[in-house]
Design a protein around this ligand. Sequence first.
Ligand code: F6P
Length: 328
Amino acid sequence: MNQVHNAVRRIGVLTSGGDAPGMNAAVRAVVRSAIFRGIEVVGIRRGWNGLINGDIVRLDEKSVAHIINRGGTILYTARSEEFRTPEGQQKAVNTCKLLGLDGIVAIGGDGTFRGALALSQHGISVVGIPGTIDNDIACTNYCIGFDTAANTAIECIDKLRDTMQSHERCSVVEVMGRNAGHLALYVGLAVGATAVLVPEQQENFQTEVIEKIRNARLNGFTHYMVVVAEGAGSAYDVAKKIKEEICIEPRVTVLGHIQRGGTPTGRDRVTATRMGYRAVDILATGGTNRVVCINDGRMCDIDIEEGLALHKGIDEEEWTVLEAMTGV
Ligand code: F6P
């Protein structure tokens, strides 16, 4: 067993922002890794709001049993407006002091990390774990939940394809991702989409969508699958434009929150477990203000502020491959 840093006796763990499959596995890993080192864990419910309101639950080995396979988060989650204010942050600091928390592990996306940064500026030790289906945290190649969400979307689109093929139709499917196209690009590659529209590459609707469908028709195809990232615009608007330009009437499906639920894949469970372990390791050895990352398959961590300042574009290589695979 590693040495416990003198100051660290009790830590808190919370999930914040949009939930992501694998968050429970991360909570479990934080709790088990902490107990392994002799550190107590307090669960903070409902994200940063829970820290403001002292909404807590004690967590032991047993309370996190049988959750590694469950989607959602047993700690509930929220997006906290109050935590953005100095007053809200001060209340959260007071809760940390009252409970004797020596550190916090915050699992979520960039909004969660901005909260973590604010808290660390008040002298509280905080470590972030990236959990978001959007996979849009720049300092890490991978965020917990992406693989499960992608596979859920792929399964749904495969089903859609059956009926689109039978009716010789065009389907426009909107996938989540907030302002980023990582999910849409990956899903588009996996379902063999006719065209994919992502916010990072949407200057030319003609070449990215219309020409792709036209080429597919010229190649003899009579059904078309267009995947649209929500950040690139509404699938209904895309369908309308397609109808205006090439006189076919697409059917629209917005996959929505179904993408956020479900049993986490093995990749999400294992990544979450490794990240949870690493987060506790950082706190236990006196680290603070860090985000756990996985880059080139290796676990690492980075200063939260530095991490938040980075920008993540879509994977250029995936996009190049997609260009060759679409419109045929
Ligand atoms: O960040 C995760 C995410 O699912 C985004 O893809 C989406 O834009 C957003 O959250 C939806 O948020 P809400 O659950 O508040 O509707």
